[in-house]
Structures are given as C-alpha cells and as structure tokens.
Design a protein around this ligand. Structure first.
Ligand SMILES: Nc1ncnc2c1ncn2[C@@H]1O[C@H](COP(=O)(O)OP(=O)(O)O)[C@@H](O)[C@H]1O
Ligand SMILES: [Mg+2]
Length: 275
C-alpha cells in the first residue's frame, strides 16, 4: 500500500515536471518565433494621419514592409501615395501614429539622416541636377563614407544595369530622354548601396517598352537584396511584381493582399484594370 502511494506520488510529480518543461519550451519557441517575425519586418507604418494645413490627406494608414520584399501602394492620382512616401522620408510630419524602421523611430528623424540607415527615396519627377552630366549626377548619390570610397566600382555596376547611361555618361542630365532620366534617378539612388529603396511612380510618362524595363530593374534590385516600397498608378504592372500590395483610395487603405490576389480582386479589376 505504502509502495503504491509512493509510486503514484512520484508519477504525479513527474507529470507536473513534464508539464512545466513543455510550458517553458513552448514559451521559448513562441518568443523566438516572435523575434524572427519582428526581425523580418523592416518598415512599419502604424496608424498615421497626415495633413496639409487643416486638410487631412492620409487617414489612419498602416502597413508593413518585410525584408527582401517588393511592397506596392497603388492608387489613382491624388490618392495620397507621394504624401505617404514623403512622410516616411521625414519631409512631412504625421499628426498621429508612428513609423518604425527596424525599431528605430523614423518620423522624428531629419530627412538627411535616412541615408545613414540605408534608406533611399527616388522621388516623383526624378529631381536630377539637369546642368550636370550623367556621371556627376551619379557621384551626387555617393557623397559620404563607404559609398564615396566605392564610387567607381558602384558606378560600373550601375552602368552594367543601365548600359544606356554608360553611353551617355558625359551628357547633361537635362538633355536625356524621359526614360534615360528615370534610369539615372534610379542609378543615383543605387549609388549609396541602399538596403531599403522607395520609388515614387517610376513608370510615369515612359513608353511601354521602358516601363517594362524599369519594372524588370526594380525586380532585379529586390533579387539582389534591397527591400523595395513602390507607389504607382500603373496598377497592372506594379501588382505583377509586388510580393504584397495595398490599394489607397482618398487617403485610406481599402484593400491589401499579395500582388496576385489583388490582380484577381473584383474591385481592383473594375476600378483599375478596366476588366
Ligand atoms: N503641398 C500640398 N499642399 C496641399 N495639398 C497637397 C500638397 N501636396 C499634395 N496635396 C494634395 O494631397 C492629395 C494627395 O496628393 P499626393 O500624395 O501627391 O497624391 P498621389 O501621389 O497619390 O497622386 C491631393 O489631393 C493633393 O492635391
Ligand atoms: Mg504622386
């Protein structure tokens, strides 16, 4: 009798220890998984509201960009795409919400600091130095630190990506065609070897063949390890290259999904693809 009691007691203790060990293992795995997920997230935009004066343009915008992804924000003219990128870049301040880049608070940072974090913004309209040559414009993208010491090597890599820029390396930027100017704007952004690149309507005003080329280059940039956030009106081709996408209408995100999912979405088809 005493022996049986001792056995049951031992069993119960063993069972409780087993439970405790399992609980600890489960907790540690959960924490490790959460840590991995957190590490994968590069940019987090959380509930931002942005105004020009008294006019609110962005309403409670939230989205995330994971490392190694192309994330797209698509919408018509005036939807708030450029405003979103300008807010991430620190050119505009959100009235509420927060923006984190690998857990660093971005929305309180000065725009020129972003380059040190490896963030590059290729703005709408290219903003080139039109009175400077192609090569001088590229040099302007590598003014500091490692980018400066590796300038020549970087330039050769960009000329490999855009052979047309190599042919025109001594030509003034202002005399380039629209497509060549867009290539130069992308090339200048790449000169600092960014880890995170934002593109504002890179296909705007380009002939269809060049649009295809620019999207191929953006895909290549992602494949070579740079994370991409792109905003575009060209919904069809942008969704085709996007790992994840958000639809922006009148300053609000109304849909999200993978590029493929959104291409099949009834609202996207009707409103943006004309099918
Ligand atoms: N500097 C500004 N001052 C006042 N309103 C602006 C300014 N810039 C943009 N807007 C307005 O904000 C809205 C969103 O603009 P924008 O972000 O440029 O749209 P998108 O890039 O999607 O075309 C538009 O209605 C536009 O008129
Ligand atoms: Mg815009």
């Amino acid at each position: 009798m005493r022996w049986r009691f001792a056995f049951c007691f031992r069993d119960r203790v063993a069972l409780q220890i087993n439970f405790a060990v399992c609980a600890v293992v489960a907790w540690v795995s959960l924490c490790a998984t959460l840590k991995i997920i957190e590490k994968m997230t590069m940019l987090q935009v959380k509930n931002i509201n942005v105004c020009y004066g008294d006019v609110q343009i962005l309403w409670d915008i939230s989205f995330a960009v994971n490392k190694g992804e192309i994330v797209a924000l698509v919408g018509t003219n005036g939807a708030g795409k450029s405003t979103t990128l300008k807010t991430i870049s620190g050119l505009l301040s959100p009235r509420g919400g927060e923006i984190l880049f690998e857990d660093i608070v971005l929305h309180k940072m000065k725009p020129f600091k972003l380059i040190e974090l490896g963030i590059v913004h290729v703005p709408e309209g290219r903003r080139l130095f039109v009175e400077m040559s192609v090569e001088e414009n590229l040099d302007m993208g590598s003014l500091k630190g490692k980018a400066r010491t590796e300038r020549q090597k970087r330039k050769e890599q960009i000329f490999d990506l855009f052979p047309r820029l190599k042919e025109r390396r001594f030509q003034l930027a202002g005399t380039l065609s629209g497509g060549e100017q867009q290539m130069l704007a992308v090339g200048r952004g790449l000169m600092s070897k960014p880890r995170f690149m934002m593109f504002d309507e890179p296909s705007l005003g380009l002939a269809p063949i060049l649009v295809k080329e620019i999207f191929n280059v953006i895909r290549k940039i992602r494949d070579e390890g740079t994370t991409v956030l792109i905003v575009e009106q060209n919904v069809n081709q942008t969704l085709a290259i996007a790992d994840k996408a958000y639809v922006l209408e009148r300053g609000k995100i109304i849909l999200q999904g993978t590029g493929e999912e959104l291409l099949c979405n009834a609202h996207v088809k009707k409103a943006y693809l004309g099918v």
